[in-house]
Design a protein around this ligand. Structure first.
Ligand SMILES: N[C@@H](CCC(=O)N[C@@H](CS)C(=O)NCC(=O)O)C(=O)O
Length: 205
């Protein structure tokens, strides 16, 4: 069995994999790393996985897969049901399009606020460019409003079914709220979607 290197919330990227596995009903042996204690930068872990980030997945032969979405794709190829990355050309492309939009327009901008404008990261991110970090707040809000607009016309991010795109958006929005970037008031469809996906049992992991 592979081993998942995991870290607890509020870390958003390992949570993506936990939600994905819960949606699939898959139980994978897990090793917890404490980011606060710096366990993801231990010599042992860096020797396995040079980026020193979580999540990562170690296969039985020692191969490591990094990147939360790639880890989920690995499991998707082995366990296609229920599908969370689409089933035909259009749904596969649409889900990928939305995952990339969440990554590039929201996760990236939220990450810049976290890295450059948050006191918690000040001890590790040197130098911090506070003005630059703060400037990303507006970009993150703009991205949330775009997702709101899209969700006005469909039940889930990439269409009528819950998919990996919902998992990526949910974990990103929850992390954004944690660091002081809650959804603005004027996103009713996004807020409604957030309430619906947050009560799925998988969201509690
Ligand atoms: N793109 C990667 C990002 C991984 C990542 O940034 N993980 C964070 C935790 S949410 C981490 O390990 N942070 C510590 C660090 O980068 O040193 C993914 O999707 O897995």
């Amino acid at each position: 069995m592979p081993t998942l290197y995991d870290a607890p919330s509020p870390a958003p990227n390992p949570r993506r994999v936990r939600i994905y596995l819960a949606e699939k009903g898959l139980g994978i042996p897990t090793e917890q790393l404490s980011i606060v204690k710096g366990e993801h930068k231990s010599a042992d872990y860096l020797a396995k996985y040079e980026p020193g980030q979580v999540p990562s997945l170690e296969l039985d032969d020692g191969t490591i897969i990094g990147e939360s979405v790639a880890i989920c794709r690995y499991f998707e190829a082995l366990h296609p049901e229920p599908p969370l990355f689409g089933t035909d050309a259009l749904s596969i492309a649409t889900i990928d399009m939305w995952i990339r939009r969440v990554e590039f327009t929201l996760m990236h901008t939220v990450g810049q606020v976290w890295m450059h404008a948050h006191p918690f990261t000040a001890r590790v991110v040197k130098p911090q460019y506070k003005d630059f970090g703060e400037s990303n707040r507006a970009h993150a809000m703009r991205a949330m409003r775009r997702f709101d607009k899209a969700l006005g016309g469909s039940a889930y991010v990439a269409g009528p079914a819950f998919t990996m795109a919902d998992i990526v958006l949910l974990t990103t929005l929850d992390f954004a709220a944690f660091i002081g970037l809650p959804m603005p008031e004027d996103v009713p469809a996004l807020a409604d979607w957030h309430s619906r996906v947050s009560v799925r049992p998988s969201a509690g992991v």
